[in-house]
Design a protein around this ligand. Structure first.
Ligand code: NDP
Ligand code: 2IT
Length: 444
């Protein structure tokens, strides 16, 4: 049996009931075959893939807090410190009822390669909790965040592990967590990114993931003599990534016509009303059902259905496995040309295969959504030098980083004979730097 198959089999056996983790490991290791097969003897002897796929450390802890009725609630907190081969652990904190260890491991594993692709010195990690911020008062969210950080603060720091936002964790949650870290540890340092601008945050971090997604799509189109001008874009999600993907799609001449949340989706043939979306989601924290109060001509549908709308470009920006084989068939039948992942692993493996087999250009999340974490690393740099850069400066760096990522994954795919396969290109390009650092640092 090949080394890759052996390690995949072992991962599945040793980590039962973690399907998303298996999915992420299989996707990465399967595309690393050309590199691993060429170095099989050395990699096997060094147990390189076992070390790569086993987190350096996994933390799981109790998070008790008191709700507004005086009832004590108990959630579970996680932080998986996956790989510090190329820098301090770096990755977001997800707050969603679906969070479990397998979800955090899949996200942490992806993060290793994504962070490597940014070209910046950041290792891979991820954290979260099954806490659901939806419908909670500000005081309840603060109570949870303070309790979560009271435990987590023992294990993180500006030079060791730097968490950030993800699903359910935005500026409000980062603020409460930062305050508690500072109070307990007594240090004012860049231990979290995505901070507010008044206490060490970076301009353009809020926009960075969505903007970066459109920058890489633009760079890819440019390489084919095309552009976003006049392109219809379908977007899922209505959170941080989706909102700023929609904003940048407009700025680059595209027309985004959909968005969605976990209850339903909107099709606005005139183009999504960005101000309405921001007011509904960022200010009111409300449901998309409200969208028709702003735009009576738009359609609102319960359930899922964004991928049924005919468009040139599809941007899944909500959550894992939200675009399945049926959706992929619909996209192909509708003549969609590009799928670029704003979310982490939003496309199932079967759907990814179908899209690629049918000539759709597919940009995987670890490349396409890397603009967020890249800008987090820029926030760390600003915190270290105790300076703040202008929006234009950060945005220009972000554009450069996304263009570089595109060319790196494009070149890696070509080098190994998989031209145009950006899944293979991203996994190999991300892996090469990590493996080089691992080899240099000995058996650790
Ligand atoms: P937000 O919490 O801001 O928004 C998430 C959006 O997705 C919401 O509209 C939410 O709807 C929807 N959603 C979440 N879970 C589900 C679900 N199970 N079913 C249907 N809809 C769902 O998160 P972000 O925008 O920050 O994150 C979106 C994706 O992008 C995630 O995969 C995240 O890991 C990834 N990502 C985020 C980065 C960042 O910088 N924030 C960076 C790189 C990747 P509802 O509100 O109804 O739950
Ligand atoms: O998935 C991701 O890259 C993020 N949620 C952002 C991580 C970060 O450290 O900014």
């Amino acid at each position: 049996m090949s080394y890759v198959d052996e390690v995949i089999e072992r991962i599945v056996k040793e980590n039962p009931n973690e399907p998303e983790f298996h999915q992420a490991v299989k996707e990465v290791l399967n595309s690393l075959r050309p590199v691993v097969d060429a170095n099989e003897e050395k990699f096997r002897k060094d147990a390189l893939l076992e070390r790569l796929t086993n987190p350096e450390r996994q933390l799981k802890f109790r998070v008790p807090w008191v709700d507004d009725k005086g009832q004590v609630q108990v959630n579970t907190g996680y932080r998986v410190q996956y790989s510090s081969a190329i820098g301090p652990y770096k990755g977001g904190i997800r707050l969603h009822p679906s969070v479990n260890l397998g979800i955090i491991k899949f996200l942490g594993f992806e993060q290793i390669f994504k962070n490597s692709l940014t070209g910046l010195p950041i290792g891979g990690g991820k954290g979260g909790s099954d806490f659901d911020p939806k419908g909670k008062s500000d005081r309840e969210v603060m109570a949870f965040c303070q309790s979560f950080m009271t435990e987590l603060c023992k294990y993180i720091g500006a030079d060791t592990d730097v968490p950030a936002g993800d699903i359910g964790t935005g500026a409000r949650e980062i603020g409460y967590m930062f305050g508690q870290y500072k109070r307990i540890r007594g240090v004012y340092e860049g231990v979290l990114t995505g901070k507010g601008l008044s206490y060490g945050g970076s301009l353009a971090r809020k926009e960075a993931t969505g903007y970066g997604l459109l920058y890489i799509v633009q760079e890819m189109l440019k390489s084919k003599g095309d552009s976003l001008q006049g392109k219809t874009v379908i977007v899922s999600g209505a959170g941080n990534v989706a909102t700023y993907a929609i904003e940048k799609a407009y700025q680059l001449g595209g027309k985004p016509v959909t968005c969605s949340d976990s209850t339903g989706w909107v099709y606005d043939p005139d183009g999504i009303d960005l101000d309405a979306l921001k007011e509904i989601k960022e200010v009111k924290r409300a449901r998309l059902t409200e969208y028709r109060n702003y735009r009576p001509n738009a359609e609102y549908h319960e359930g899922r259905g964004v991928w049924t709308v005919k468009a040139d470009i599809a941007l899944p920006c909500a959550t894992q496995n939200e675009l399945n084989l049926e959706d992929a068939k619909t996209l192909v039948a509708n003549g969609t040309k590009v799928v670029a992942e704003g979310a982490n692993m939003p496309t199932t493996q079967e759907a990814t295969d179908y899209l690629q087999e049918n000539g759709i250009i597919f940009l995987p999340g670890k490349a396409a959504n890397a603009g967020g974490v890249a800008t987090s690393a820029l926030e760390m740099s600003q915190n270290s030098e105790r300076l703040s850069w202008s929006f234009e400066e950060v945005d220009a760096k972000l554009q450069g980083i996304m263009a570089n990522i595109f060319h790196n994954i494009d070149n890696a795919a070509k080098k190994y004979g998989f031209e145009g396969n950006y899944v293979v290109g991203a996994n190999i390009a991300g892996f090469e730097k990590v493996v080089d650092a691992m080899n240099a640092q000995g058996i650790v």
